[in-house]
Design a protein. Sequence first.
Length: 275
Amino acid sequence: MRIMISADMEGATGVTWTEDVIPGTEQWQRFRRLFTGDVNATIAGLFDSGATDVLVNEAHSSQRNLLLEDLDGRARMLTGRHKPLSMMQGIDTGVDGVVFLGYHAGAGFDGVLSHTYLENQITGVWLDDVPASEGRLNAAMAAEYGVPVLVVSGDDKACDDAQDYAPEAELVTVKECVSRYAAICLPPARTAELLSSAAADAMNRAGRVERFTTPHRIEVEFDASHLAQAAAVIPTVEQIGVRRVGFDAPDMTEAMKAFKIVTAIAAGAVQGIYG
């Protein structure tokens, strides 16, 4: 049984603040260790219940946050940018299940450090007319490759979100959202137990299922009109509102590649404190 972990950082144990996840800060160095601890606890549970290979795909920001030197020696780690499938790189390699570790709520929703790809320029994303977090987008890609979502971890808002897009997944709440920058957190010893147990329990669902490929539509709303204008120069992307763009794609893989381009163009159009 080959399992992939898509590891984001905002939903990791103890993380509540910008500096906790921004590379180069003192707090980031501290939370790299806690983040790696979450991953190791999950790896242990997977191997305890029959996993034979675990690939960890770093999915946060620079995608160079986990401490390889502290990683469980049984796992492998995909680190660094730029990956064609981004947070889901590796889903196309025949894995039998995927874990969404350290996930968070989507843009426009309550949750610790909630956002969708861009930290604060995107106010909403919709997949086929349904509000979409990174988790929902990534679950749709997993379905396209016949890979079940086994575990989702993060704050309570992220887990509430996952109940809808991955109803059979094990959910691990490592903290309770108080505000965008505050949470009631469990200590690492507690979250390690929860993550290991959930990963072990979820292995009974591992195994590829029927692939689900279908056309998709993604719409993105920004906090300023010039970002929508910038994204609309991309072929196939249409400006459908003052701050909103939309596009269609034949499958989820192509949809996510286009979404990556939209977010990259929009990010490049941001000008200082005025956005």
